[in-house]
Design a protein around this ligand. Structure first.
Ligand SMILES: [Mg+2]
Length: 121
């Protein structure tokens, strides 16, 4: 089974993501901020994908992404997920190593499409 790590400080958003990814056949892990997410990645080296919020306390999504991409670990596909939809934010996320970018609120159709584009599905 493929595994996704859902990273968002909103429990409701993590739950919405969990429902979608489970219906797509994924096992799910969760983290409430970027630091927790780094800890989860360190203890679960076979994560296939990360659905990543941008704005979070402690460590935001962009800083998590930059740290993850600098580490010598198996690199999951990262889909950045945020309300910041201007081109500057999208470019910054892609430059930092995001594979795809989705707007909130996301739907199952959009998530499936992004996963197919990145080859995870
Ligand atoms: Mg947030």
């Amino acid at each position: 089974m493929k595994t996704v790590l859902l990273v968002d400080d909103s429990r409701a958003v993590r739950l919405a993501g969990k429902r979608i990814f489970e219906s797509l056949g994924f096992g799910t892990l969760e983290a409430g901020d970027g630091q927790q997410a780094l800890d989860v990645v360190a203890s679960h080296p076979t994560i296939d994908a990360v659905l990543l919020d941008w704005n979070m306390p402690v460590m935001n999504g962009l800083d998590f992404l930059k740290t993850l991409r600098s580490q010598a670990v198996a690199q999951p596909v990262v889909v950045m997920c945020t309300t910041e939809n201007d081109i500057a934010h999208i470019t910054e996320a892609l430059t930092a190593g995001a594979n795809e970018y989705v707007m909130k609120p996301f739907t199952e159709d959009i998530i499936r499409e992004k996963l197919q584009e990145t080859g995870v599905l």
